[in-house]
Design a protein around this ligand. Structure first.
Ligand code: FAD
Length: 410
């Protein structure tokens, strides 16, 4: 495991770069790594000093691992090959992949810090952390102002997260709505549960959303995701969920609750001629069904970094190429999950019931283990169903109805 020691700022040799990346979350770091791999000089700006807190359960799907251009394995705190999709107060479903994990779990402060540190080892990389992006202007290149300096580069990557300042200035991304998630990390030795907590999604534990428990090596990430913007009392609802799950932490008052927006439905990007590429939450690319956004951040970051390399070499017109490439992996999922979430959360009982259909869960779980996107899992469903049957790779268990009396939320 890495130590949480503060990063020293690298000495600044020049304020001229080939590309500037705003934001050093997973999206920004993967974009920087892809650009560095193509030989570009990269500047990255983040308002935070690292390591920094980012509210997130840290679930990495296999497709996320495949899209990363940086090492991640040493920072995975747990892997799970079983996942429960339950209807809150109703029946549960446990799906297990017998051969491969379906999700890895990281601690975001540790993971994000590790990605930043790997880029810092590259000669052509400069990090300006603890420096807020203020504004940018374009005149045959971007002039970017932070609180402390002015930087210049022909191309700009906006990976500054859910409350993107870059997007507030350039208006390229148009998420349809903001989902919201709240979480708390409970140390394992603080939990008085008599059963071993499983990785689960409890659909309906909150209106238009779900509750989750993600067990890691030394703590549980427990939280609520709701697609209903503006829902009040999330902290109280999360406390009720924790109580109903019988986790009973001994020192509940000492726990830190963090909420953050997750912009979704951002598939309709403005057509612009500026070589400015929106990445991750800044683009509103996350999966509206689950709130998964790390994949969409690292994959759009990879594409943005590689597009910047192609443009630098004179191979391509950046904005059009970027949009085209996004539609090959990220945006079909952004679109499909946004449309699906509107139906799924309105008809939760029918939606979770549909998960029992072998054609659905076999394609979904085999696809997840194979690092497929949601869209690819749907398109390749016949192949995944057949493969799982031939290899006997999947197991399904129907779980008894959960006893969640006393929770008035679903
Ligand atoms: C409670 C919760 C749980 C979640 N759980 C999961 C999960 O298990 N799995 C999953 O895949 N997704 C999860 N998500 C979603 C996921 O956290 C995000 O989609 C993901 O972090 C997006 O990555 P990013 O790189 O686009 O942005 P971020 O990770 O938000 O990084 C943006 C960076 O930009 C910086 N920044 C912001 N403004 C400025 C500025 N003006 N100047 C300079 N820097 C700036 C920030 O400091 C930050 O470092 C969760 C979200 C929440 C809220």
């Amino acid at each position: 495991m890495t130590q949480h020691t503060p990063i020293d700022l690298a000495a600044v040799a020049s304020d001229e770069f080939d590309v500037i990346v705003v934001g050093a979350g997973p999206g920004g770091s993967n974009a920087a790594a892809a650009a560095l791999a193509g030989g570009l000089r990269v500047a990255q700006v983040d308002k935070a000093a690292f390591p920094r807190v980012k509210p997130c359960a840290g679930g990495l799907t296999m497709k996320t691992c495949r899209a990363l251009r940086l090492e991640y394995a040493p920072w995975v705190r747990a892997t799970w090959s079983s996942v429960e999709f339950n209807l809150w107060g109703g029946e549960g479903h446990r799906f297990t992949h017998r051969r491969r994990p379906v999700v890895g779990l990281v601690l975001r402060p540790e993971f994000d810090n590790a990605l930043v540190r790997q880029n810092l080892e590259m000669r052509d990389f400069r990090l300006f952390s603890g420096e807020r992006f203020v504004d940018a202007s374009y005149d045959r290149g971007f002039t970017v102002r932070t609180r402390a300096r002015t930087l210049r580069a022909p191309q700009l990557i906006a990976a500054d997260g859910a409350y993107s300042t870059v997007n507030r200035q350039f208006h390229l991304a148009h998420p349809r709505t903001n989902a919201v998630a709240i979480e708390v990390n409970i140390p394992r030795d603080d939990v008085r549960s008599d059963s071993d907590p499983q990785l689960c999604f409890d659909f309906g534990a909150v209106e238009a959303g779900y509750g989750w428990v993600f067990p890691k090596d030394d703590h549980l990430s427990v939280g609520l995701y709701t697609y209903r913007w503006g829902l009040k009392g999330l902290r109280e609802r999360l406390l009720a969920y924790i109580a109903a799950k019988r986790l009973a932490p001994r020192h509940i008052d000492a726990l830190r609750f963090d909420a953050h927006q997750v912009p979704v439905g951002g598939y309709g990007l403005s057509r612009s001629l500026l070589p400015l590429y929106m990445v991750g939450d800044a683009g509103g690319f996350a999966d509206a069904l689950t709130g998964e956004g790390i994949y969409h951040a690292v994959e759009s970051g990879r594409i943005a970094g590689e597009t910047a390399v192609a443009v630098h070499r004179g191979d391509a017109r950046g904005p059009a190429l970027y949009r085209r490439r996004l539609w090959r992996s990220v945006l079909p999922d952004t679109f499909l999950t946004y449309q699906a979430s509107r139906v799924f959360y309105r008809h939760l009982r029918a939606g979770t019931h549909a998960l029992e259909a072998p054609g659905v869960w076999r394609a979904l779980i085999e696809g997840y283990a194979d690092a497929a996107t949601f869209t690819t899992s749907a398109v390749r469903a016949p192949e995944y169903i057949l493969r799982s049957l031939l290899h006997g790779s999947l197991r399904y268990e129907r779980l008894a109805s959960q006893d969640v009396a006393g929770v008035a939320s679903a």
